[in-house]
Design a protein around this ligand. Structure first.
Ligand SMILES: Nc1ncnc2c1ncn2[C@@H]1O[C@H](COP(=O)(O)OP(=O)(O)OP(=O)(O)O)[C@@H](O)[C@H]1O
Length: 354
């Protein structure tokens, strides 16, 4: 199960030579600087962009190779563009029906599942002009799912929405991610959206793929410039193992031990993802005797990379997980840190992702 391909094209001031091999299920995030070619790649996969050379196999179906080029309307692809592009003269139902006009018509079962998953039922008779930005996006996504696509392409699904609207749209997208079998390629600038929704992450720059892999591995690959950015961090899978009602602390089991997260009680045994920002992690040689920091775990230094004047990014193994820590060169020297060193990491704050 995979989405494999190679897209080559040249424009006056841009060329793309992108090889990719993404998982055939789950959500793959595509990130990269403005102008890297992310939208162009999605358009090429959808068959909307004329390429000089193209190969594309979507879960064993060949959409493009030297001899074949399946036309756009025969590619089983759902595409949500940056601007939702709904038809103003039609109501929501009319917009959804419109999706069936090309290709093989509407897949009624898939469409009713999408209407249900995205909570669109109450909106069906509404004119699209009166819908909020988030509602319009949900309708656009349902429309993209209406023909029962084999692949869903989302180009900046949160673009143009303010923080509050993003926060309300995200749970709908999480629901889709959990309950739909369709693989999704999602271009996004938004780290929260990427962290919460993606299992796999690909990075693009100047028309080329610079990295692609499980999100945890890509985020902690110190060979990539992204781990030098102020927002660098790692994502860990955790299981909720208990709740301390007195202090309102959730106990989260991770591969390398236990973390505590303040807040309302999470459902025991549920799986959650947490993000640990590299700047919130400090390193000690001994477990602290009296510290206000609750989260302290054993770890082993894997690598140390200079990332600017006086600063180092350390990658540490913590159980089967990798954690990044941004520390000073002075601390590295004072603690005698080197690959293989056994240490403790202290985590100042955690962000719960889902
Ligand atoms: N229709 C077009 N004609 C000519 N050049 C184009 C066209 N569309 C995009 N480009 C150029 O191709 C390059 C890649 O654009 P693309 O929109 O794919 O980048 P992107 O990574 O999606 O950027 P952003 O994050 O800003 O949306 C850019 O240099 C852009 O200016």
């Amino acid at each position: 199960m995979s989405i494999r391909g190679h897209m080559v094209l040249a424009r006056e001031s841009f060329s793309m030579d992108a090889m990719f091999d993404f998982p055939g299920r789950g959500v793959t995030g595509i990130q990269g600087p403005s102008g890297a070619g992310k939208t162009t790649l999605l358009r090429a996969i959808a068959g909307l962009e004329k390429v000089q050379r193209g190969q594309l196999v979507v879960n064993a179906a060949t959409w493009q190779d030297n001899n074949t080029c399946v036309p756009v309307h025969r590619r089983r692809v759902g595409f949500v563009f940056q601007d939702a592009r709904l038809f103003d003269h039609l109501d929501v139902q009319g917009n959804l029906d419109y999706a069936g006009r090309r290709g093989d018509g509407v897949d009624t079962q898939q469409l009713s599942q999408a209407i249900d998953l995205l909570g669109i039922g109450p909106l069906l008779k509404r004119r699209t002009q009166g819908l909020s930005g988030g509602e319009q996006k949900r309708v656009a996504i349902a429309r993209a799912l209406a023909r029962g696509p084999a692949l869903l392409l989302l180009d900046e699904p949160m673009a143009g929405l303010d923080r509050d609207r993003r926060d309300t749209l995200l749970p709908w997208l999480e629901r889709l991610q959990r309950e739909l079998e369709i693989p999704v390629l999602m271009v996004s600038h938004d780290t929260t959206e990427i962290d919460r929704l993606c299992d796999h992450l690909a990075l693009m720059d100047a028309g080329r793929m610079t990295a692609s892999g499980p999100i945890q591995a890509v985020l902690t690959d110190t060979g990539l410039a992204t781990t030098r950015s102020p927002g660098a961090g790692s994502i860990l899978a955790a299981r909720v193992s208990g709740y301390d009602a007195r202090w309102k602390l959730n106990m989260l089991d991770i591969a390398g031990g236990r973390l505590v997260l303040p807040g309302p009680a999470l459902q025991t045994q549920s799986k959650v993802r947490i993000r640990i920002a590299a700047r919130d992690v400090s390193i000690t040689l001994q477990p602290p005797a009296d510290s206000s920091i609750l989260n302290c775990l054993r770890a082993t230094v894997e690598s140390l990379v200079d990332v600017g004047p006086g600063q180092v990014i350390a990658r540490l193994a913590c159980g089967a997980d990798q954690v990044l820590a941004r520390v000073t060169t002075r601390s590295v020297d004072a603690l005698g840190l080197e690959p293989g060193a056994a240490v403790y990491i202290q985590v100042k704050s955690l962000a719960l992702l889902n």
